[in-house]
Design a protein around this ligand. Structure first.
Ligand code: V47
Length: 369
């Protein structure tokens, strides 16, 4: 990518300085990231991010054949940005049986699926054994499927109700077959914002400590950031800085996933983010998180079209077929519930990239060149 020519034409001195740092491979400061958030030079920031992405991932863009399973929507935490979790007495409350879960895993397995992404609400009556049992039964029935399950919030909760350490719980889950921890539950680390949007669940320190412990045990994890509600740009930069610091320490994160907030049916309310904000946030994350190999453009929150453009703004991964997304659909997203493998390949090809079907660990399964 010819970036030096673009750099010469940028009149904003601060942006040019940031661009020079990127070309030299110098790490960006939080001030640099903050400056980009306040800049309107979207295409320049996007081009810089894409320059970094191509150095890391070439022209490849990844997807996986996977399925999301949310065993229950009953949740004790009732975060006000979330329209998915309900109380046990709510008429929308559901809890899937083990048979239903195995049936759904079987369906994705039959389609060549590689991963089950299982997270849910946190029901008051579940014990640690319930979380462990689901992992064990899935793995027993489908040993070839990778189980990516339970966020740091669920693991912190298991620790709280049992008095056991994160390490102890993670070891038991790993023995049962858990291989990766998904990134959900990070929301935004700012204590001020968290007190308002998610006052009861694990805080930033606890979220990060669960991930640190998982990394120590050799369990890779993903990281997310929910943006576009009541947080400031400073909060977003602080969030990414905390992730970058932990990644420096452990190297255990696989991917960063910015999640655009959808307000429908939530107690928090508010507005949908703009596509400009979505693309800028993705691009800045690619530039700031220099120690993350992958940035995911999650088509469920971005919409398919913006996710496709994001593949030219620094992102290299679309997540997967998903089949049945429920969490963000409860909050009004207009994207599909799932996509076929062929549709994802087409989206990636039309973005000018080479589709790579991957496994959970970003190992290529098939390159569609
Ligand atoms: O933790 C909840 C978010 C997350 C809303 O690890 C909302 O590979 C938008 O974490 N508007 C779940 N977002 C999804 C998630 C995820 C998705 C794909 C891949 C991976 C991965 C992780 O969805 C929740 C929360 O942060 N969420 N409510 C909402 N109203």
């Amino acid at each position: 990518m010819e970036i030096a020519g673009i750099l010469e034409r940028i009149s904003d001195k601060n942006l040019r300085y940031i661009g020079e740092k990127v070309l030299k491979g110098v790490r960006l400061s939080p001030e640099d990231a903050l400056y980009m958030f306040s800049s309107h030079e979207l295409t320049f920031i996007g081009a810089l991010a894409e320059y970094v992405n191509r150095k890391k991932n070439g022209m490849f863009a990844y997807f996986i054949i996977n399925r999301q399973i949310n065993p229950t929507n009953v949740c004790v935490y009732q975060c006000n940005f979330c329209a998915f979790g309900v109380t046990k007495s709510d008429q929308r409350a559901y809890e899937m049986s083990l048979e239903d879960i195995l049936k759904k895993v079987g369906e994705i397995y039959a389609q060549g699926g590689k991963e089950v992404h299982m997270v849910g609400g946190i029901p008051p009556h579940w014990k640690v054994e319930d979380y462990v049992r689901l992992v064990r039964e899935i793995k027993k029935a489908f040993p070839q499927i990778t189980v990516k399950a339970w966020t740091a919030i669920e693991i912190h909760h298991m620790s709280k109700i049992s008095g056991r350490s994160y390490e102890d719980i993670l070891k038991e889950l790993k023995d049962a077959g858990l291989e990766v921890i998904p990134g959900g539950g990070a929301e935004i680390f700012s204590e001020r914002v968290r007190k308002i949007i998610a006052p009861y669940k694990a805080n930033a320190k606890e979220y990060l400590e669960v991930h640190r412990t998982a990394h120590k045990l050799g369990i890779p994890t993903n990281a997310t950031m929910l943006y576009g509600h009541i947080e400031t740009y400073e909060d977003r930069v602080d969030h990414m800085l905390k992730l970058r610091e932990l990644q420096d320490e452990t190297g255990g994160f696989q991917v960063f996933i910015p999640l655009a907030y959808w307000p429908e049916g939530t107690k928090l309310g508010g507005n949908r983010t703009s596509s400009v904000d979505d693309l800028k946030t993705l691009a800045i994350s690619r530039l700031f998180l220099d120690n993350f190999e992958h940035i995911k453009a999650y088509w469920v929150t971005l919409g398919e079209k913006v996710a496709q453009i994001a593949l030219n703004f620094g992102a290299d991964d679309l997540d997967g077929t998903i089949q049945e997304e429920k969490i963000v659909h409860s909050a009004g997203t207009k994207s599909a519930y799932g996509h076929s493998k062929d549709r994802l390949i087409k989206l990636i090809r039309n973005a000018g990239k080479i589709p790579v079907e991957r496994d959970t660990f970003y190992r290529p399964v098939c390159i569609y060149s």
